[in-house]
Write a protein that binds this ligand. Structure first.
Ligand code: BG6
Length: 481
């Protein structure tokens, strides 16, 4: 990006913009990563002046910057900011916006609004001529509630922008530890020969949160954990673990491989949905040392069948993964915030250490709160008192990425905004990916509805309903927590 460019943030006073986008842009600026000529235009309904908008953004950045805020840097950054108030669904706003952007060679429109506005915004961008030339659009989830609504959004976006101008965000792809999965798999020779059904017994992917729905009931109740988390974040993690090595790291090579995984997922419908998936909803309990209300109380007592927890067993039907279960689990009000991928290797085929329990090797990739990789190996203990022969013990090789790379941990949006500015879509979700993920999710949701499967209760601060344990124990396995 050279010359004059602008990012327009629709939904400029919303939660995402304040918590993530301005702090991320500020840090990119502070690190000298934003092009000099890049302007940032906030666009929303509030009748702010430029100065009032800057003050609001400054407060948000200060809150997030956590000791990394500098008045001098803010004073420089602030020069990039301006504001355009108005109703994004009306053409009038775009006349003023066009005036403000006059002379910008490159325009990035970041739609940090409700998806119900995407159609109106893109239509207005098109009619006003703003989508012409070097322009791109960045969109946030939820990209629909199902395949049909996702297609409608994609069609609306596709009317004004070509696919290579559309950047669909899954913020998990901006996380360092998630990108490191590519490095772990494809920058090392060690794992790849073992990364298949011959050596791997199963894979577990857990994304556990301690928070509840936090004032987002209106949104969440329509979506539930399967659409809010599994359709996007968990399936993206599954793709990065399961995909074939791409020929290059360019956007299409990587995304082609991810789509192949999504299309190889065995549909969970019919009878399978009852035995291979578990839905849960939290009741009152204790989370992070304090009493917390149940989901129904957060809904003012309204009865709801929305799940706040999902566990399921997926299969990737291809040569590499035939017969290897992928257990996925995510929930709110879990005992701890923890996201991890566990690759459980198979046991040794024959043990020469009689009377000793040999635990199979296990590779754990922790994504948050810490970024760590650990590999469990069997070792000999140094004791001499072994009438029975060698005494063995599992120990792990631990790599802390937080210790190896000290410094401020970046917000996932920093990476994503930078890639959007650089016009590199590798870390964004392509249309066919989003739609393939919805196809698989829709079958599960339809199966639940057909079989009348309601969420089972679990106490806040626990690892979900008993059925989640049964899901893996039936296969002779257990969750690693
Ligand atoms: C969002 C979901 O996409 O991801 C939220 O809508 C969830 O419900 C959040 O809390 C989790 O993100 P992170 O980065 O905190 O793991």
């Amino acid at each position: 990006m050279n010359g004059r460019a602008a990012i327009v943030i629709f939904g400029a006073t919303g939660d995402l913009a304040l918590r993530m986008l301005y702090p991320s842009l500020y840090f990119l600026h502070a690190d000298g990563l934003l092009p000099g000529g890049l302007r940032i235009v906030g666009a929303s309904r509030s009748p702010f002046s430029d100065a009032e908008f800057a003050t609001k953004a400054e407060a948000a950045v200060q809150e997030r910057a956590d000791g990394h805020f500098s008045d001098a840097t803010w004073a420089e950054f602030k020069r990039r900011l301006s504001y355009c108030g108005g109703d994004a669904s009306e053409p009038e706003m775009y006349v003023r916006l066009a005036g403000m952007l006059d002379g910008a060679d490159e325009k990035i429109f970041y739609l940090s609004t409700s998806p119900s506005l995407y159609g109106a915004i893109t239509r207005n961008l098109e009619r006003s001529g703003l989508s012409r030339g070097d322009a791109r659009v960045v969109v946030e989830k939820p990209l629909g509630k199902d395949l049909k609504s996702c297609r409608e959004i994609n069609d609306a976006l596709g009317h004004a922008f070509s696919e290579d101008q559309i950047f669909r965000i899954d913020h998990y792809l901006g996380k360092e530890a998630v990108q490191n999965l590519l490095a772990l798999r494809f920058a090392n020779t060690l794992f790849e020969p073992l990364w298949n059904k011959v050596s791997i017994d199963h894979v577990q992917i857990t994304v556990a949160e301690t928070v509840g729905v936090e004032g987002r009931f209106g949104y969440y109740d329509e979506y539930g954990a399967i659409r809010d988390m599994v359709q996007n974040h968990l399936l993206q993690l599954l793709c990065l673990v399961a995909m074939e090595p791409p020929a290059t790291i360019d956007a299409d090579s990587v995304r082609n491989e991810k789509v192949k995984v999504l299309r190889s997922l065995r549909p969970l419908n019919g009878g399978e949905v009852g035995s291979k998936t578990v839905r849960g909803q939290y009741r009152a309990g204790v989370a992070e040392g304090r009493s917390v209300p149940g989901y129904a109380q957060e809904a003012d007592g309204k009865a709801s069948d929305t799940e706040t927890f999902v566990a399921l067993c997926a299969h990737v039907d291809n040569w590499r993964w035939a017969g290897v279960p992928f257990y996925l689990r995510t929930g709110k009000r879990m005992p701890e915030r923890s996201s991890q991928i566990v690759i459980q290797f198979k046991s040794v085929p024959h043990s020469i250490f009689k009377g000793q329990d040999l635990l199979a090797n296990r590779l754990t990739i922790r994504l948050q709160p810490e970024e760590e990789i650990s590999l469990q190996l069997m070792n000999k203990t140094p004791t001499l008192e072994t009438a029975r022969g060698m005494e063995l013990k599992p120990l792990s090789l631990d790599l802390s990425l937080d210790d190896a790379f000290k410094g401020r941990r970046r917000i996932a949006y920093e990476r994503l905004l930078l890639e959007a500015v650089r016009n590199d879509p590798t870390l964004f979700v392509r249309r066919d990916e989003a739609e393939a993920a919805w196809t698989w999710i829709d079958a599960i949701v339809a199966g639940w509805s057909k079989a009348g499967i309601k969420p089972a209760p679990y106490v806040a601060g626990t690892w979900g309903p008993a059925g989640a344990y049964a899901l893996v124990e039936r296969d002779g396995r257990s969750w690693y927590e």
